[in-house]
Design a protein around this ligand. Structure first.
Ligand code: ADP
Ligand code: MG
Length: 685
């Protein structure tokens, strides 16, 4: 039950003035469904304006507020803009310029002969000063002068700046005052405001202490929740699993394990033998061979008479894992099944029965494997692939599936900086695959200007003629971006025109059957070229695909580029990755692409990425999916996470049940950041 003090924050945005069905979608797209979300919808930046009496006090490019008398309306002769000639108090004339529909309201707002207060950015237009699309026009001074410092909010299609600001203002009025969860000594030392004031100030201007405090709150909530998981896990009883090696002996691997694989397996085997449930992270770059480690771990469970589950983030990956593992398990007599949301009817019933009576020993699937209807006879090990895609909450639901808490092995190929490992995985034990299987060749990575598209297509044609396959990746940072989707479809059409049926397409909006069909055609070699969005990012394994083209590479994060590139270079042949870049590149983007060319070490890329962004703008734009946080930036994480971590540990050591006054406040915090599964653990543990 959420504490009552938080109720005002969890009221739906529909309750606000001016939010009708039309605004719902744009708000939802930004994740703004409750008052709380609006309160935390922090500005990207602020526009600072200066009030001037004469236009010539200001320089070109400056944002000003000025009183102007309207002299004349000039309607466009053809398709030109609508212009309003206006005069400042010193007799200087300037033009207010409006394109398209904006001219209708401009006519009304700026009647000839009247004085208006105008806020906007001064431009030079020929000999004259102009303001294009003034941001505010008002009859009196008070409104624009209240905007000397105006927040600029992240928007989505259908949501305007003015509307966003108005909604945030309403949300801020509804903020409760909450009791303090931050340790008073720290609060003082950092000079941080109380929560309520911090939220208000973060919307009012660049106020670093306020923003830091809010970021700290988020980090503390996360650290606390992870620590509660850890504590609760310690107090649970699991099943000690000691395998006799019989199944592992029957496994016929076509290669010898690397030292890192053998070491990781030994670490896992040691954990599994304990009664306390394992919580271990297997970190290994793409291609480092995590699958065989997972399989071996699962075999230990099966040898011990228990069941194991492998959870994959997507259907494609689940299917691929299933196929790989089935192949490897041939001759071992182990029963393995695939269970996804798409399995229906008799087939599904049969699998459910097998899981219940124990005849299926290993199940591979998507989150469908921990739906309520799925019951296990003796689930003792859960392996989670590409762990970062699942929240800890989901992990816990899965943990509830066994009669006893199953051992958990989380696997990730996402090379994240050390600080983030702590943030994301808390105090999990870590095994690292820091050694690639022998015989891998470096991927020849090149940065190519997009103007050379024809050359790229020609190289692609030559590549395909040799019988090898290729990926063509289109950016779709967010799978719901319609523009990106259209661009990917257009690229597919263009490539299809040139290469015919050899081209297949996958993206997140396709029906699962269509997606699988395309992937299968590619995996079987029937399609030579796979046009794809980032759905191929993780796990997909087609060794004959040795060329990858990534369009608008500058739009991807380094970690993502690295993951994508890891799809090639999987066989013994030489592989190439072409990073197509746009004409306009920021300095940071240029450096990032250069770094991709320079190294293939994911962990190094992750650290350097952090460095590159470290010195960035105060309120830099964020890449979604980079971190598990919504408010804290990478810099703030680096700076504040260790503090939050220590603070959380102290709090739990002193008040493990979170029942003292600060503990109660910390519960508010957990609910505020929807880490309330942490609180639930307190109750059940
Ligand atoms: P990851 O999941 O870590 O990205 P995979 O488990 O898919 O990597 O392994 C990548 C490829 O390397 C697979 O084709 C696998 O068969 C192969 N492989 C794994 N371990 C070894 C090894 N020790 N020696 C040679 N090849 C290996
Ligand atoms: Mg893998």
């Amino acid at each position: 039950m959420r504490p009552e003090a938080l109720n005002p924050l969890f009221v739906e945005v529909e309750a606000l003035e001016g939010v009708g069905p039309k605004l719902r979608k744009p708000l939802e797209k930004l994740g703004l469904t409750r008052i709380r979300d609006l309160a935390y919808h922090l500005p990207d930046r602020f526009v600072e304006r200066r009030a001037v009496t004469s236009l010539y006090e200001a320089s070109v490019g400056e944002n000003v507020i000025v009183a102007l008398t309207v002299r004349e309306h000039r309607s466009p002769a053809g398709r030109g803009p609508f212009r309003v000639m206006a005069e400042d108090g010193a007799g200087n004339i300037c033009t207010l310029t409006y394109f398209g529909r904006a001219s209708y309201s401009a006519r009304k707002q700026l009647p000839v002969g009247e004085l208006r207060w105008v806020a906007g950015r001064i431009d030079q237009y020929g000999q004259m000063l102009q303001i294009v699309h003034p941001e505010h026009v008002s009859e009196n001074a008070s409104a624009p002068l209240g905007q000397l410092c105006e927040a600029v909010y992240p928007l989505s299609e259908g949501l305007t700046q003015g509307r966003a600001a108005a909604l945030v203002a309403q949300a801020l009025k509804a903020l409760p005052v909450l009791s303090e969860w931050i340790e008073p000594g720290l609060l003082n030392k950092m000079g941080w405001p109380a929560w309520h004031d911090a939220v208000v100030e973060a919307h009012r201007g660049v106020h670093q202490p306020a923003r830091d405090r809010l970021a700290y709150d988020e980090l503390l909530a996360n650290a606390l929740a992870l620590m509660l998981v850890r504590e609760s896990n310690r107090s649970q009883r699991g099943t000690p699993l000691a395998g006799d090696g019989s199944l592992r002996a029957r496994l016929k691997l076509p290669f010898a394990l690397t030292g890192a694989q053998a070491r990781s397996i030994a670490e896992i085997e040691g954990d599994l033998a304990q009664a306390a449930p394992m919580l271990r992270l297997l970190q290994g770059d793409v291609g480092s061979g995590k699958t065989v480690v997972a399989l071996t771990s699962m075999l230990i469970a099966v040898e011990a008479g228990a069941q194991a589950a492998l959870l994959a983030p997507t259907e494609i990956l689940a299917r691929q894992h299933y196929e790989t593992l089935s192949r490897m398990l041939q001759g071992t007599g182990v029963e393995i099944a695939l269970l996804t949301g798409r399995d229906k009817g008799k087939a599904r019933e049969a699998i459910l029965m097998g899981l219940l009576d124990g005849s299926i020993q290993i199940v591979v699937g998507t989150h469908a494997i921990f739906q309520d209807a799925v019951a296990y006879r003796n689930l003792a090990l859960v392996v989670i692939d590409e762990q970062h895609r699942f929240g800890v909450g989901q992990r816990l639901m899965l943990a509830r599936k066994g009669r006893r808490t199953p051992h958990t092995l989380a696997m990730t190929a996402t090379p994240i900086p050390r600080t983030l490992t702590l943030a994301q995985y808390g105090e999990m034990e870590v095994s690292k695959l820091d050694e690639l299987p022998p015989g891998r060749q470096a991927i020849d990575t090149r940065v190519v200007a997009v103007e050379r598209m024809d050359d790229v297509a020609a190289a692609l044609a030559r590549h395909i003629e040799t019988g090898q396959q290729a990926y063509w990746v289109c950016p779709m940072v967010n799978e719901s971006e319609t523009d990106d989707l259209a661009a990917a479809e257009a690229r597919y059409a263009a490539l299809k025109e040139r290469f015919g049926d050899a081209v297949a397409l996958v993206h997140g909006q396709l029906r699962p059957e269509a997606k699988d069909a395309a992937m299968e055609r590619f995996a079987r070699g029937e399609a030579s070229l796979l046009v794809a969005t980032t759905v191929i990012e993780v796990g997909v394994d087609v060794p004959n695909a040795t060329l990858m083209v990534i369009e608008q590479a500058e739009r991807f994060g380094l970690a993502q580029l690295h993951q994508l590139r890891g799809r090639v270079g999987r066989g013994s042949g030489k592989s190439t990755c072409l990073l197509l870049r746009g004409a306009q590149l920021s300095e940071t983007a240029r450096q990032r692409l250069a770094l991709m060319r320079e190294t293939q070490d994911g962990f190094r890329l992750a650290e350097e990425d952090l460095q590159l962004r470290g010195g960035g703008e105060l309120l830099g734009t964020r890449q979604s999916g980079d971190t598990p946080f919504r408010i804290a930036s990478l810099e703030q994480i680096t700076k504040l996470l260790p503090l939050a971590h220590d603070d959380a540990r102290l709090l739990i050591e002193r008040d493990g049940g979170l029942s003292g006054p600060r503990g109660e406040a910390a519960r508010l915090l957990l609910y505020l950041f929807e880490r309330d599964w942490g609180v639930q653990l307190l109750r059940s543990g």
